[in-house]
Design a protein around this ligand. Structure first.
Ligand SMILES: Nc1ncnc2c1ncn2[C@@H]1O[C@H](COP(=O)(O)OP(=O)(O)OP(=O)(O)O)[C@@H](O)[C@H]1O
Length: 253
């Protein structure tokens, strides 16, 4: 069997008193559109930052696209695409200049065809020569999604990619993410949109308090919704936080 696209073993990260990741284990096989779900502060961004070579864990190991992002962050970042949450393209470049800049950094030549395809897919052809500072929020998001996929990486991390996109473009983007994974690449989608994860993801992980609590195929949920499963999983874990509270342990209000 081929090596998984993403493997994390015992990842631990502390910020002072706060344990953001608590020996997190995670395996994502190639070809999955993997939804990474969890409440605010669960450790999603911290996990992504470690897996993309932007943050060093206190303990644990990781491999992404065959590279150790902790030992070889630069080589690792070459292999992956990243759509950060709340990112902003540089204000002083036009959209096209920004893509040229990304292409230069990624050692890509002849990106015109790719840029045109993305502009068509996400409907921003008319904005290619606009300064990034003059883009709407949704147009900025379209620009950032495009840069994440421009070098056609085998693993892409996308953090809340649908934010600020209109419903038509959301549908197109979702279809694209799924087809990109169906082509054998791996898409790691961090989101609070649980219905979207149920709709498009081929696998989903639920994280809380820095640990992976569940890892499932949402198509095998039967009658249960992913939202029900999410609430039940996180609630059960939160009850476990306070064993001194007998009412909570009994599941009472
Ligand atoms: N630079 C930092 N310094 C101190 N604490 C941090 C730092 N970054 C994250 N944390 C803390 O680590 C925990 C995990 O944060 P993280 O950003 O990974 O969560 P998240 O799941 O991405 O949350 P959200 O859904 O709100 O974006 C939180 O308690 C957060 O306050």
């Amino acid at each position: 069997m081929s090596e998984p696209a993403i493997e994390a073993d015992g990842l631990t990260k502390r910020y002072g008193e706060v344990t953001a990741l608590d020996a997190l284990d995670l395996t994502v096989p190639r070809g999955e559109l993997f939804g990474f779900l969890g409440p605010n502060g669960a450790g999603k961004s911290t996990t992504i930052n470690i897996l993309t070579g932007q943050l060093v864990p206190d303990e644990g190991t990781a491999r992404v696209a065959g590279v150790d992002p902790v030992a070889e962050p630069v080589r690792s970042r070459e292999r992956v695409g990243i759509l950060p949450e709340n990112g902003r393209p540089p204000s002083f470049l036009t959209v096209r200049e920004y893509f040229d800049f990304v292409a230069e950094a990624r050692d890509l030549t002849d990106i015109e065809g790719r840029v045109e395809r993305w502009a068509d897919r996400l409907a921003f052809e008319s904005k290619l020569d606009t300064l990034c500072t003059d883009l709407s929020q949704g147009e900025r998001q379209k620009t950032l999604i495009t840069q994440a996929f421009l070098h056609e990486p085998e693993v892409v991390f996308i953090d809340e990619p649908l934010t600020n996109l209109d419903p038509i473009i959301q549908e197109r983007a979702k279809r694209f993410f799924r087809s990109y994974a169906d082509d054998g690449n791996t898409v790691f989608l961090s989101t609070h949109f649980i219905a979207t994860a149920q709709e498009v993801c081929t696998r989903v992980g639920i994280v809380n308090r820095g640990r992976l609590l569940d890892d499932l195929d949402p198509r095998e949920l039967g009658g249960e919704t992913l939202l029900d499963r999410f609430f039940a999983t996180v609630d059960a874990d939160s009850v476990a936080v306070d064993p001194a509270d007998p009412a909570a342990l009994a599941g009472e209000e």
